[in-house]
Structure formats: structure tokens, C-alpha cells
Design a protein around this ligand. Sequence first.
Ligand code: NDP
Length: 357
Amino acid sequence: MAPIPKAMFGVVIPRPGGPDVLEYKTDLPVPSLGDGQILVRNEYIGINYIDTYFRTGLYKPPSPSSKSNHPSTSANDASSPYPLITGKEAAGTITASTHPSYPVDSRVVYLADATYAQYTLLSSPTTQASILPASLTPEVACAAYLQGLTALTFIREAAGIHQQLGISEGPWTLVHAAAGGTGSMLVQILAVMGAKIIATAGGRQKCELAKKLGAGWVVDSSLPQEEVIRQIKEITSGKGVDVIFDGVGKATFGTVDLDVVARKGTIIVFGNASGAVEPVDLFRLMPKNIKIMRPSMPGYITTPEEREGFTTELFDLLVTGKIHANIHHVYPLKDVAQAHIDLESRKTTGKLLLKVE
Ligand code: NDP
């Protein structure tokens, strides 16, 4: 077991703001271990769009009392969530444990708060962490975990697509931002399921990538919106799309989605990359008897059994080569601001990782 230092490095957000508020520190306190907990020395940290929502203040940070890695000192206002260590996903090695199922030196991938740091404390490992099989590296596991679980739970639980279908009878699905991290997981898993996939992505290169990942049809979302709508309707011979996966939000929901969704179709809005969706007039659902969902992935894996079930399926898809993690770039932890700038400026495809040196 490696010795645990008293201080660690990590990235702190002192107040909400742009990427410039992300502050690399080398003197953060290492969290101390309680009963049934584990301390993980992070090797790779996943960047997810949600990290930008906590940085800007679109999402309210958790209160200090519920945060395991809160960097406050007695000089700080104890009721303020700032300074905040953000980040929701990482992979590394357990360096200390009081949980019998999670021995020291095991390699894990996990979901938790405060992952932009050298060490993260997990207070409920059975609902947060999965021990890695020998065939999965921490880098690949970290690149696939949060976004893969999002795709898998939304396909199974939100869309209700369960069985392996033949391509002719599979539902029409539409994945927005299909070359992005979550989008590329959705496309790959839907392809394994035999769904008919229409992907939208911004620009020719991203559209080509979506096609390689398994989309049968691609539409360039940088075209005028009327043209995007026209192409989607033409692809489905006027029927419309049965299930829409929309992580773009404001720019697509009220315009594209409500127009191209089929009668009795489902729109799954799950993100705010272009801004949060405005409140909806329920009468807009009536003409086509459509369903709207606004799911959150953690809400589908709240029990150890749910985490275990979905993780087993995800790991199996990865180790059998049916899907793969598409890593855009690995940034050193101290370059986290650049990673946020790249993600928000739509320059990236696939997954962005931070490496803890
Ligand atoms: P991505 O890698 O998909 O990056 C975001 C992509 O969104 C961009 O590459 C871009 O693709 C597209 N986009 C469209 N409009 C904008 C805009 N105005 N500004 C920036 N990007 C835009 O990120 P993630 O995979 O991390 O997340 C995708 C979405 O899924 C986010 O909204 C995120 O919050 C959501 N999410 C929700 C979860 C949940 O539990 N509800 C869990 C995981 C993710 P293009 O250029 O092709 O349009």
C-alpha cells in the first residue's frame, strides 16, 4: 500500500464563471477515511459536459456537508459550496479501504463528486465504484464509464429498447451530437441493438465519424434547421422518428424534435449543451400523442444491483469489442481549463480525459 500524503493536488472552482476560474492547487487536504469507505488515487479523470454546468453555476453545487472532498478551511464560509472541487468520474487504484468488497490495490472506475483531484473519497462504494477486470485499462474504463452508462440506461430504461432487433423492424432513432462523448456511445450501442439510427453532428468530419460508429444515416446539424428537418423526414419516408436522444437541448427540442418525432414517439431530452430547454406547453404533445422524458443517468443506478447490472453489460460490450471508447485527447490535470474551452467550443469528438501525473 502506497503511503498517503496529507496534502494533494487538484483543481478548485473558487466561484462560478468561465474556464479561467479553474484553479490548479497543490495544497488541498487529502480526505480522511470513514467506515465502509474507500480512498482512490486517481489516474484518469473523465471530463463531462456536466462539469461545465457546475463551473458556470447552471447546476447548483452540493452543500459542503454532503461533499467528501470539500477543500474549505476554517477561514471559509462553511455554508458556501465554494471553493468547490468538481468532476464526476475517474479511474485509479484504491489506496485505503474500510470496505471488505473493495480491497486496497484494486483498480476501480467510479462516479462521485470531487474527482478533479489526486485522491477522491467514496462514501458509498457499492453504488459508485466497479472493480476493473484485467482486460480493461483505467484509461479505457474512464473514457467509457459515465457516458456508456448514460447511453445504456437511457436505451434500456428511458427508451425501453431491450431485445436485439433485426434492422428492418428496429425503431427509428435519432441521436443529436452523435460524434460527441455520449452521442458516440448511444450510436454504438443502438447499432448493436439493431436500431435504425439517424445521427446529427456539426460538420462533415463529425458526420463521417458518426457513420463509422454505426449510424445508418447522417444529417449535418450545421445546415439551416429547415433543411435538417426536411432530411430527417425524408429519411423516415415521412413517418418521423420513434425515439429521439437529445443532449443538445434548447437549440433542438422546441424546433427539430417536436417536428420530426413520429406519432406515439418519445423525446428523451437529457442535456443542455446549447442551453436549458424552456418550460413546455403540454398541449404541444397532443397532436401526435408523444412522450417527453428528462432523465438523469444516476437515477437509474441508485442501487448496487443496478450499478452492477449495467456495468457488467457495459464492460462486456467493451471487452468483446462490440463498442469502443473514442478518446479525443488526454490533457494533464493542470490543463483542465483548456479541456473545458475545447469541449464548449464544439471542437471535440468522443471523450476528453485528464491524466493525473
Ligand atoms: P459532448 O462530447 O457531446 O459535447 C457536446 C456536443 O454538443 C458538442 O460537441 C456539439 O456537437 C453539441 N452542441 C450543440 N450545440 C452546442 C452548443 N451551443 N455548445 C456546445 N456544444 C453544442 O458532451 P457530453 O457527451 O459530455 O454531453 C452531451 C450532453 O449529454 C450534455 O448536454 C450533457 O449534459 C448530457 N448528459 C446528460 C446526462 C444525464 O444523466 N442526463 C449524462 C451524460 C451526459 P456538434 O458540434 O456535433 O453539434
